[in-house]
Design a binder for this molecule. Structure first.
Ligand code: NAP
Length: 452
């Protein structure tokens, strides 16, 4: 029998667990999926935008895996050196193998003056807030803001732009927490500029997500054809890869056939790189951008011309970044754990029994489905190593060992109690399911499990 711990219950962790229990090669594999939160599903619960209900419904597939007879969900377990945590070295003693699927937990920084002014936030802070992440301490994002700037043109930028433009009628059927719903429904933000430092043919968003902006009720999408035309591929996108060509075609359509005006306006801007955040009365009042031009090699060069864009709210959406985990090697330049086909490398050599999958393995790229082949590669490596791994003695039940050390994981029944509490909260508010937004209410729900 092989006992495996998977650290992280997002898509890469769950696909890893699925790969391990749904293979015929090593008949008896048991998997404990650990998460520091009492709730499973990682970014599917705490990252996918609440109005993307179809993508969110992937939780049903992930649930099937976590309910498999040889898989256990153990929430509320923080792997790390702090007093309440479980050190990585101890985890290794409890299991034949550990697969780290911890994602990329923080945001990248721009490194420009004024970035930390009040009113300037990372997109991940904003996403955590409207997704009810229990560590989210911030609110008041939209209070007093007429104009917003979103820096970056990836899918997260599109998500936060869309959420800023949505009204109460569209947000209320989602599971977003009540306070975030009330704040966004009353948002005074009327103008949102989403700004890329390179051209439209180099934008990272996918066409489906881009198109969605054009279908938002009462919202005008504006694109300046002269700005698009700075991109040599704009005049003739036929040589571009299909995904980029479709993006350019959608943008061209909006530039040539302007939307009717709406209460809110989204402007898509290109060839502008942020150089400074400008204060106004102690908080951000504008962002100064330098006009750039293509350098012919896929990059851009500055022109020395500047444009200040007014914004009382700035969301920096320039990508996620992996965080080092105490006890694991880390490549600081890439923000990932060095590995060979999923096997963790320490000083260039394979570290027996330690594996990675997902964003901490390959960096924060790709869509949810990209984690399937990524997890499969890691599972294949682990199963190849299984005969050696299984020779090591481990405690017969790691959960009993964890309990003996004073850790009390939230098991599946605890999570189901949270689900029931969220359904009850939704019913009491005349909504569908409404997420519990803080640690206290989550843990109260867990403790009430089994109560009538
Ligand atoms: P991303 O796709 O890497 O986009 C980051 C954006 O930030 C790019 O436009 C990038 O421009 C820009 N950027 C980076 N550094 C910058 C700087 N110093 N100044 C100005 N701009 C800068 O990251 P993401 O949007 O966070 O998405 C992460 C992953 O999650 C992606 O794979 C995405 O597809 C996925 N995701 C998918 C969905 C969905 O499928 N609906 C939703 C959300 C996220 P350059 O290209 O010039 O570097």
């Amino acid at each position: 029998m092989l006992q495996v711990a998977v650290v992280g219950s997002g898509p890469s962790g769950v696909y890893t667990a699925q790969g391990l229990v749904q293979q015929g090669q090593v008949p008896e594999v048991r998997v404990d999926v650990l998460d520091r939160l009492p709730c499973p599903y990682g970014l599917v619960r705490y990252g996918v935008a609440p109005d993307h209900e179809k993508i969110k419904s992937l939780q049903n597939n992930l649930r099937t895996v976590l309910e498999h007879e040889r898989v256990r969900f153990l929430g509320g377990v923080r792997v790390g050196p702090d007093t309440a945590g479980l050190p990585a070295a101890r985890l290794r003693e409890l299991y034949h193998a550990v697969v780290y699927c911890v994602g990329a937990a923080t945001d990248r920084h721009l490194g420009v003056p004024g970035e930390e002014l009040p009113g300037s936030w990372s997109a991940t802070e904003f996403v955590s807030w409207y997704s009810a992440h229990p560590d989210s301490l911030s609110d008041g994002f939209v209070v007093g803001a007429r104009a917003a700037v979103v820096i970056g043109v990836g899918n997260v930028a599109v998500d936060v732009t869309r959420m800023l433009a949505r009204g109460a009628a569209e947000l209320s059927p989602t599971d977003m927490p009540q306070a975030a719903l009330a704040a966004l429904a009353a948002s005074p933000v009327r103008e949102i500029q989403m700004v890329g430092r390179r051209g439209p043919s180099q934008a990272r968003f996918t066409t489906k997500e881009l198109r969605e902006l054009g279908g938002l009720p009462d919202t005008q999408v504006v694109v300046d054809p002269a700005e698009l035309a700075l991109d040599p591929a704009y005049a003739d996108p036929s040589a571009l890869p299909a995904a980029q060509r479709r993006n350019v075609e959608v943008l061209r359509g909006w530039a040539e056939n302007p939307h009717p005006s709406g209460t809110r306006r989204i402007r898509l801007r290109f060839f502008l790189r942020p150089v400074e955040f400008l204060p106004d009365a102690g908080r951000v009042g504008a962002v100064r951008f330098e006009r750039t031009l293509p350098d012919g090699r896929g990059g851009v060069t500055g022109t020395g011309q500047f444009e200040d864009i007014e914004a009382q709210l700035v969301l920096r959406s320039v990508g996620y970044r992996g965080v080092p985990l105490e006890g694991l090697p880390f490549d600081t330049s890439l923000g990932t754990v060095p590995h060979l086909a999923g096997r963790v490398l320490r000083d260039g050599s394979v570290s027996p029994g330690e594996y990675v999958a997902g964003w901490i393995k390959r960096g924060p790229t790709g869509v949810i489905g990209t984690n399937r082949p990524c997890a499969k590669e890691t599972v294949t490596s682990l199963l190849e190593d299984a005969p050696t791994l299984a020779r090591r003695d481990v405690p017969p039940d790691p959960l009993a060992a964890l309990r003996a050390e004073g850790l009390h994981p939230v098991e599946w029944e605890g999570w189901q109690a949270i689900e029931r509490a969220e359904a009850a909260l939704g019913a009491s508010l005349g909504r569908h399911v409404v997420k519990l937004p803080d640690w206290q209410s989550l843990m109260e729900a867990v403790q009430a499990q089994g109560a009538p």
